[in-house]
Design a protein around this ligand. Structure first.
Ligand SMILES: [Zn+2]
Ligand SMILES: [Zn+2]
Length: 155
């Protein structure tokens, strides 16, 4: 059994997937705190709380969260060009997902890519950089996540 598969099964045993509604509620409380009440102390707390919960979720479950769905489509609407080639962006790729879920920074932890550049990343070195396959896979537009592995920069 691969390490990631063992990790996946351990998470399933711990039933952490049922934390998804909790994460969604934290997200809506966060919007309420920031947009309506401008309570940034509480917002900071909710962000940390959401981050803790998100890191316990199975990655594919996290990708279904309301937070990620909104964040992802917001990025693709605001940044319509691929970060690498300027074609239309289709995919929000996690270049880093360890410990950053629910508070990813665009450009640091995630970047918008077209399908083609995303595929290039899957195939190894791009533009002189070395990439290694990462698990779990990142979010892509269609329901192909399980088929594809995203890649993480090695340094
Ligand atoms: Zn591209
Ligand atoms: Zn990817």
């Amino acid at each position: 059994m691969t390490k990631s598969k063992a990790f996946k099964e351990a998470k399933a045993l711990l039933n952490t997937d049922d934390l998804l509604p909790t994460l969604n509620r934290i997200y809506y409380n966060l919007i309420d705190a920031t947009v309506l009440r401008k309570d940034f102390e509480e917002a900071k707390y909710l962000l940390e709380e959401g981050n803790r919960i998100a890191n316990k979720l199975d990655y594919n479950t996290y990708l279904k969260s309301d937070y990620w769905q909104v964040f992802r489509s917001t990025i693709l609407h605001a940044y319509t060009k691929c970060d690498m080639c300027n074609n239309k962006s289709n995919v929000v790729h996690h270049s880093n997902y360890k410990g950053v879920l629910f508070r990813e920074r665009l450009g640091e932890d995630v970047r918008q890519l077209c399908f083609s550049c995303h595929d290039d990343l899957h195939n190894g070195g791009v533009k002189g950089r070395i990439y290694s396959p990462c698990n779990p896979p990142c979010s892509i537009e269609d329901d192909e996540q399980d088929e594809l592995h995203c890649l993480t920069k090695l340094n």
